[in-house]
Design a protein around this ligand. Sequence first.
Ligand code: ZN
Ligand code: ZN
Length: 285
Amino acid sequence: MNNDYMRQYVQLSKKSAWQAPTDDIEAMYALIETMKADGGAEAKSVLWLACKWLGLHKSAYDFYPAIDAPKDRKQQRKLLELKEKAATDGDDFAVKPRRPLAGGGGQTDGSGSPTFRYFPDPLGNGALAKAEEGEEIICPCCGKATEYYYAAIPYCRENVENLCPACIASGAAAKKFDCAFVQGGESVSNAERQKELFERTPGYISWQGEYWLAHCDDYMEYLGEAGTKELKEAGIFDEVIAEYATHNEYDAEGLGELLVAGGSVTGYLFRCLHCGTCRIWVDAD
Ligand SMILES: [Zn+2]
Ligand SMILES: [Zn+2]
């Protein structure tokens, strides 16, 4: 096959997206942008596959090229499954690219909003919220109006609301209010990494407070809530549950029956920034 896009796609998608190194996830997102800009037949024939691999079901269905219309029943059934997932899950359960915040210096992405090394999608999680049309939110740290604000309350004596992402990312808010954003977590040896997590990363929305997992002596990135359904779809159910069962009271079988994303027993899914290993923390209301 003389399709360079297909070669790159095959190269990057050897593992499931949930287990792939972060660099490969970012490379796949970059490849998608390149193929979108290209728009040719070869690009189109690979574009939907790349979206599907990342869990962008809606995009995959939207980009499914008419020319590849299924020719047999098996392919038809697969396309129907994709259509259903596009309708139920949309792009919500996709593996997101990491947007690193090197050194926690308050770097920004292209849109000018700060990014967090350990929390790629705080907006999707609901930890950050967007001001309504016409609503003016003032950050109590910098005193400026902000489009996005922290929807939770940091751990501190004062009641601090509506912090802007930039004041969290730079550490200014933690310093000014002597607060932390994350309740607890495993330990890592590097003090700078500890500071980056507790003082410069928004906490995630949870039942009983955040508990941030670590791997390869660094904090993992928080990907979002996951239940049995999502873990099985991602192909990581067995390993994630087995790992959890080694140091917690649940037996693997019982936990699998209870675990529902957003349910009363929910899983918080983390991925190692260094080796791609996924782990889960379980919380109940
Ligand atoms: Zn601010
Ligand atoms: Zn690791």
